[in-house]
Design a protein. Sequence first.
Length: 331
Amino acid sequence: MKRHSSPSRGARVLVSGGCGFIGSHLCDALLARDDLSALVCVDNLWTGTVDNIAHVRDSRFSFAECDVEKFTSDSLFDEVYHLASPASPQWYMSDPQRTISANIVGAINLLRYLKEDGRFCYTSTSEVYGDPVVTPQPETYLGAVSCTGPRSSYDESKRVTESLLFEMRRTRGLDIRVARLFNVYGPRTRVDDGRAVSNFISQALSGAPMTIYGDGTQTRSWGYIDDIVEGLARFFWRDAIDYPGPLNIGNNREISVGGVARYIGDLTGQPEIVHMPSPPDDPTNRCPDLTLANKILPGWKCEVPYEDGVRRTMQWFRDVMKPSPDVRRAK
């Protein structure tokens, strides 16, 4: 298998979905590298936002607004990071064709722009485990995904993209890294993202009841963005390892959705909770088996306690949800 090495002139890097929640944080980490000559951020702003990259003043950074499937370039890249995909059910369920295309067709297109000895890194998802009957979920678990359910556009397109990359590795020696991310939260999440932590915070700060879908006993493993990006950086480029994945990246502290709502209610003084029917195929549990991650990335773990991470995220939401001075004067 071909091994990756950054050229002395500096690596040319492409990040699809770089205006998204996780993608923008990954761009920040990449720009901290001194061996990087150029970083191209590709995003169609479907779920990403230019606000997430507005702080970037690095001359090596450029932004291309377009669908990842339609991206073109006159030059090739040493490293490609493919994150272009909605991750919230309310977004990917609203446009399954677009979701499938972003993952699969996007990957096929981006492979055209990877140098022969380049590295292709992909953020897959714990959703490939479906509604698991094994917990915690190891990378060897084949999952229980409904291939015809309303979540399948996301779950299955992630799994097919994994298949594509591993087959490219087998048949052509492609240097790949595939990470399976568990639930991630933190600053730069859209206010209207729709997932539990961001939904509860935005509702509570607006004075609205927090909406739980189902009885709230379903569990998730919440990883703060700084810890997740540190794990990705070590796996994707920083550590001298030769392991393609898949690798679980997440927090193995499991917390119920109802517990999240109650904690945010305590912090905001908005304890009211309303229950709505559970969405189809909503997983009952989600927790990563980190045995392999502990071996591949020794010493890495989610350092930020959940309680502290929620407080940090809440402060960011308070800042972005503040009315502008002009709005306040108009009142």
